[in-house]
Design a protein around this ligand. Sequence first.
Ligand code: FMN
Length: 404
Amino acid sequence: MRVILGVGGGIAAYKAAELARALMERGATVQPVMTAAARQFITPLTFAALTGKKVITDLFGDRTADEVLASSVEHIQVARENDVLVAAPATADLLAKFANGLADDFLSTLYLAFTGKVVLAPAMNTQMWLHPATAANIEKLRARGHHIVPPGSGPLACGETGVGRLADPARIADDVIRIGTGKQDFAGETIVITAGPTQEAIDPVRFISNRSSGKMGYAIAEAAAARGAQVILVSGPVKIPPPAGVKVVQVETALEMKDAVFAHLEEATIVIKSAAVADYMVENPAPQKMKKTAARMSIELSPTPDILAEVGRVKGDRLLVGFAAETQNMISEAKRKMETKNCDLVVGNLVSQHGVGFGSDDNEVTLVPRGGAPVPLPRASKRIVADQILDHVLPLRLALRSAS
Ligand SMILES: Cc1cc2nc3c(=O)[nH]c(=O)nc-3n(C[C@H](O)[C@H](O)[C@H](O)COP(=O)(O)O)c2cc1C
C-alpha cells in the first residue's frame, strides 16, 4: 500500500516519525510531505532517513518552469500514485484548509487533487479542538467520508490537561492499513459481543464487581464493525466511548446481560463472550442502604447464570468464542471451558501478568481452538489483538457454515 504522510506544524510532529516507521513495519511505502510549519518542529532529514524517500516540502521549490514541467506536475503525480493520504498531526489549520478547499501549499493542493482514502489524526490544544470552527470542520470532513482518528486525553505540551493529544501512532497506522485495504471479510455476519464487568447490587449504593475495563471487548467490536460485521455490543458498566457503527446495549447485572444476549441470539452468526460476568450475585439485595452496626456481617451469595454455557447449549451453527481470564493454569482452564461450555474457540489470557489484561491497553493472549493446538499471539495493543482474534474466528465460522 502506498501512503502519503502529510505532517502538519504541531508539537506532535515528532510522533509522525514514529507513524512513518509503524506504517513501514506494516508493509506500506511512505511518501512524506511536510508543511512549512511542520519543518519548524522536525527536519525533513528525519523522514527522508526513515522512509528512503525525498520529502516534499514545497509547491514550487527552487525549480525552473522547465524543471517543474519535465518532472510533471508533482502534486498531481503524487496524488495519482498513492492509495491513502494520512495527515498527522492534522493541525487546526490543516483541518480548516481541507474542509474549505484552500490550496496554498503542497499538502493542501495535493489534498484537493487526491481521490484515494483520507485519514486525519488531529492534535492540538484542548480549546482549539473544542472550538466550534474546528468541530464544524471535523464534521464536514467526516461527512466527506474521511476517517478521523480522534485525539486522546492527557497532559498536553501547552501545560494543560485535556483532549487533544495525537492518537497512538500504532493505532493510526492500523487504521490507515485497514482503511487502505478496505478488508470487509465479516460482511454478512452479525456478531454479539459482550464486554466489561457486571455489577451485582448489595444495597442501593454498593455492589460486587471486578476489574474488567471492557477494552478488549470494545476493541473486538470496533475491529469487527470495521471489517463489515453488524455488531451488537452488550456492555457492562465501563468508562470508554462506544465504537462507531456498533449497536450498544447497556446492562448492569449478569441477569440483564443474559437477557440482552438471548434477545439478540436469533440474529447472531457469531457470539463472542469477552465480558467478565460476576460468578455470584447477592441473594436479596437490601432495599435501603445498609448501616455499619454489627461487629461482623456476612452476605449470602448465589451463582449467576452461566451465560456462556447456556448459549453453548443452544448455539446451533453459530460460532461461540469464550474468554478465560486466569491467574494460573490458563491453557487447561481454556480447554475445560471449551468442553463444558461447547465453545469453538477460547481466548485465554493470564491477567496476573504485568502490563496486559484488565485495564491495560495491551494484551497477550493464547487462542485455544476446538481440536487444535494452542496459538500464542505476541503482546500487542488490544486493537491489534482484536484483529488477530478475528483472523482466527473467520475460517472457523466459514467451516461451521459450510458444514451446516
Ligand atoms: C510551539 C507551537 C506549537 C503548536 N502546536 C500546535 C498543535 O499542536 N496543533 C495545532 O493545530 N497547531 C499548533 N500550532 C499552531 C500551528 O503551527 C499553526 O496554526 C500553523 O499555521 C499550522 O500550519 P500547518 O497546518 O500548515 O502545518 C503550534 C504553534 C506553535 C508556535
